[in-house]
Structure formats: structure tokens, C-alpha cells
Design a protein around this ligand. Structure first.
Ligand code: IPE
Ligand code: IPE
Ligand code: MG
Length: 248
């Protein structure tokens, strides 16, 4: 099996973990069994990213739109999240992983939020992989709340509209201070963003695979990275200009 070149790894990989429900349906099981199986993929992919030396891994676990799912499914997902966080805390501490959460924290049920805040706090000093869980996350809601806080600062007199530039907007996103995703993977066969990292993914390389999330494992991540490493990122320039700046 070919292995990715570690010198040109994506600094930030973002994943839309889709296909749990269909995975379960294919096996004649309730959807929740698919979510449960998906947790094993999360563990495998976090381990793989950490071992490879990826800087940031962002996992889309629950969107602002997912609140519209049947209450029992939402409840089950929140329960899985809570037990995942409880069981992974030790592993994260041991492996120098630092957990962050992107999303509307106030909408997360209190008992889940408490565990999440504990894990965030206890892993805050870790300097290895940054693991972002996108929970109750929506790109439009993120940009809207950024605009609200910027507007409030202008009203308070701590910011003037002329000073609002892309850097200021970025500082008000959940991902402030982190590099933009270089590689954005979506499992489960759909080719859409579903409100994920709308601002940050402007120049991400997109990788879509039919593999359903519960079947997605380390080798599939390596394949996505190998594909990424074959691409030429031109950022609007010509291929020739790009080769001059990046001679490899
Ligand atoms: C992704 O799998 C997990 C969440 C959105 C929480 P889905 O539950 O969307 O699975 P499909 O797309 O119905 O197969
Ligand atoms: C996107 O998957 C959200 C997550 C993976 C958490 P969805 O299954 O909710 O997306 P749509 O509804 O197919 O666009
Ligand atoms: Mg889906």
C-alpha cells in the first residue's frame, strides 16, 4: 500500500461523516446502530491523524439542521457523544490531543455540555493533534454570529467599520487562530457541503467517497491524502506561476 509523503501532509483535514443511517439500513438495523458503528471510525481516524502528524482534524458530528431529526435519534446521538467524550478523555490526555468544539454550545444538552467542557479544559494544554468536534454547527449560523459580535464592537466603539477585513472576520469564527482546511472529505456518496465550514473551505481540496462513514478506516484516509497530494493548488494563478512558487 502506498503511503503519503509526510512533508506535504494537509495541515488541517475536515470530514463530513455521512452515511451512518444508510449503513444501518443496509444491514436491516435501526439507524442508531449506524451511529454507534460510526464511533469506531471516529476512534480509528483520530488515531490515524495523530500518528501521521496532522495538525488539525475537524469532524462534522451534528449540524444545526440535524436538530430537525426525530427526537429519539437526536437523543441517541447526544447520548453517544457523551459516552464517547467520557471514554476518550484518558486516551486524549495520554496522546497529547486537545479537544475543541465548534458550534452552538448553548444548544447542547447540559449533561453533555458539562462533560465536553471538562474534556476541553483537561486537554487545553496539549500540544499534539487539535481535534475539533463540530456540534450543532452550521456555517451560516457561524458567520451570522461573527457579524453580530463585530457589529456590537462597532456600537461599543472598540472597532470601526473601515477596519473590518477578512482577518477580523476570521477572528470571530469558531476556528479563530487555526489554519483553513486543506482537505475536506465527505463520506456517504453525496457531493455537497451541507452548511459545513462555508468560509474556511474556500480553497479546500474536496474529496468525495461512496464509502459509508462506519466503513471508513485509516487506509481510506490515507487514500484521500494521497489523492490530495497529487493535486495542484493554484489559488487563482496559472499552473506555470504555481510551479514557480512550489517547485516540487
Ligand atoms: C451522518 O450520518 C451522521 C449525522 C448526520 C449525525 P447520517 O445519519 O446522515 O446517515 P445517512 O445520510 O442517513 O445515511
Ligand atoms: C451532514 O450530513 C451533517 C453531518 C455529517 C453531521 P447530513 O446527512 O445531515 O446532510 P444532508 O441532510 O444529507 O445534506
Ligand atoms: Mg446523511
Amino acid at each position: 500500500m502506498p503511503k503519503p509523503d509526510t512533508a506535504t501532509l494537509p495541515r488541517h483535514i475536515a470530514i463530513i461523516m455521512d452515511g451512518n443511517g444508510r449503513w444501518a439500513e443496509q444491514q436491516g438495523k435501526p439507524r442508531i446502530m449506524g451511529h454507534r458503528a460510526g464511533v469506531e471510525s471516529v476512534q480509528d481516524i483520530v488515531r490515524a491523524a495523530r500518528e501521521l502528524g496532522v495538525g488539525v482534524l475537524t469532524l462534522y458530528a451534528f449540524s444545526t439542521e440535524n436538530w430537525k431529526r426525530p427526537p429519539l435519534e437526536v437523543q441517541a446521538l447526544m447520548g453517544l457523544l457523551k459516552s464517547f467524550l467520557e471514554s476518550e478523555l484518558g486516551t486524549m490526555v495520554e496522546n497529547n490531543v486537545s479537544l475543541r468544539c465548534l458550534g452552538q454550545k448553548d444548544r447542547i444538552p447540559a449533561e453533555v455540555r458539562k462533560v465536553m467542557e471538562r474534556v476541553i479544559q483537561q486537554t487545553a494544554g496539549n500540544t499534539g493533534l487539535i481535534l475539533n468536534l463540530a456540534l450543532s454547527y452550521g456555517g451560516r449560523s457561524e458567520i451570522t454570529q461573527a457579524v453580530q459580535s463585530i457589529a456590537q464592537k462597532c456600537l461599543d466603539g472598540t472597532l470601526i467599520p473601515e477596519k473590518i477585513d477578512q482577518a477580523v472576520l476570521e477572528q470571530h469564527l469558531y476556528t479563530a487562530g487555526l489554519p483553513d482546511p486543506d482537505l475536506l472529505i465527505r463520506t456517504g456518496g453525496e457531493a455537497r457541503l451541507s452548511n459545513f465550514l462555508l468560509w474556511q473551505a474556500s480553497y479546500a481540496e474536496l474529496y468525495f467517497t461512496e464509502i459509508l462513514w462506519p466503513d471508513f478506516r485509516k487506509q481510506d484516509l490515507l487514500n484521500a491524502i494521497l489523492d490530495f497530494q497529487k493535486r495542484q493548488r493554484r489559488y487563482g494563478k496559472t499552473g506555470e506561476q504555481t510551479e514557480q512558487t512550489h517547485p516540487n
